[in-house]
Design a protein around this ligand. Structure first.
Ligand code: ATP
Ligand code: MG
Length: 333
């Protein structure tokens, strides 16, 4: 069964402009200011990436958004519902996939999903049918009657996704969902999250694998030391200058490539790597990249590799210098 067939029977997608809107969130644990000042939106119909170094407050923030922690300050609206004033109502619209499954391990996979469905107000028969549907979707049908503790890490992650979406939430929060997934499962997760966004769901996802996060996201929110520092919209980022690595099949003809690029006013960076790796040049946006590639091909310069170097998220992450520890470590006596 495809996800779209599951979503076909879902309620109408949430109205545009819903999703998550958070303002000035703060939450401390004793002296630790885990979240100091976070404002963000995760609009319906998009996948928003939550990016930040270890300990920057991502999980705490997600728990605040999921109404599982109360903020010391600030507000959260979930699908238009004030989550601080009415967490019960907000939870009906929320799906939450934590970074560890934490299931009732002695229950079977089917019982876990059925119990969840019942908690969300489904009748017994409807909840059982929904559990079957979800298990089929995440390809765990063969484990339906087995206790969740027998699942591998990747299978637990998939059960966790099935659990988070049992009630077809308008807002889906996922904390490191790709952890423990093999490459095929990661691609599936990406496709599933894209499909949910296409159906109108607001998806907020954290991960440390930035290249992968970029593939599945429309935009990114960066956090550092408990505060939002930047938001990037990938649709608009196509016009930005970024490094491209260009290489031909024959390293001996690298000079030819360099000359052709020089004719376009492009000079390779100093750290272009060895000859086999080709050259790295700064290209002003995707349109300029397309024109450059067309020119190289027209001029008979053989090109076997032509791609942005690193992911946008990785570049933005490094540019923002999110990881404060890198500065402070050298300052220790
Ligand atoms: N329940 C808690 N009690 C005390 N301190 C906590 C608690 N939860 C989180 N913290 C602290 O708050 C800070 C932010 O933690 P959080 O787990 O939100 O970070 P994170 O960005 O999710 O990190 P990671 O990338 O490692 O998952 C850390 O310094 C952490 O030690
Ligand atoms: Mg975390």
């Amino acid at each position: 069964m495809t996800l779209s067939s599951v979503l076909d029977v879902s309620p109408p997608p949430p109205a545009a402009g819903s999703g998550i809107v958070a303002h000035g969130l703060a939450r401390s644990f004793g002296p630790v200011h885990a979240v100091r000042d976070v404002s963000l939106t995760a609009p319906a119909g998009t996948v928003t990436a939550l990016v930040g170094p270890n300990g920057s407050g991502k999980t705490t923030l997600m728990l605040l958004l999921a109404t599982l922690l109360r903020p010391d300050a600030g507000s959260v609206a979930v699908a238009g519902v004030d989550a601080t004033a009415d967490p019960q109502e907000a939870r009906r619209h929320l799906g939450w996939m934590p970074d560890t499954l934490g299931v009732w391990e002695s229950l079977t996979c089917h019982d876990i999903l059925t119990s969840l469905g019942r908690l969300y107000g489904m009748g017994r028969v409807a909840a059982a049918a929904r559990a079957d549907e979800q298990l089929e979707w995440v390809e765990l049908t063969e484990f339906a009657r087995r206790p969740a503790r027998v699942l591998s890490r990747g299978q637990q992650q998939r059960l966790s996704l099935a659990r988070a979406t049992v009630h077809r939430p308008a807002v889906l929060l996922l904390d490191e969902p790709a952890n423990g997934l093999d490459p095929t499962s990661r691609i599936r997760l990406r496709d599933d999250l894209r499909a949910m966004a296409a159906a109108g769901t607001a998806v907020l996802v954290s991960s440390h694998v930035l290249a992968e996060l970029e593939e599945m996201s429309d935009r990114a929110v960066f956090v550092r030391e408990g505060a939002t520092v930047s938001t990037q919209d990938f649709a608009a980022a196509g016009a930005q200058t970024r490094p491209y690595r260009i290489a031909g099949p024959d390293p001996a003809r690298r000079d030819e490539l360099v000359h052709a690029l020089a004719a376009h006013g492009l000079l390779p960076g100093a750290d272009a790597g060895n000859r086999r790796d080709g050259v790295v040049v700064q290209v002003r946006g995707e349109q300029a990249a397309a024109e450059l590639l067309a020119d190289l091909v027209r001029d008979g310069v053989p090109v076997s590799h032509f791609a942005p170097e690193g992911s946008r998220l990785e570049n933005a992450y490094l540019d923002l210098d999110l990881d404060h520890r890198r500065h402070t470590e050298g300052e220790r006596p």
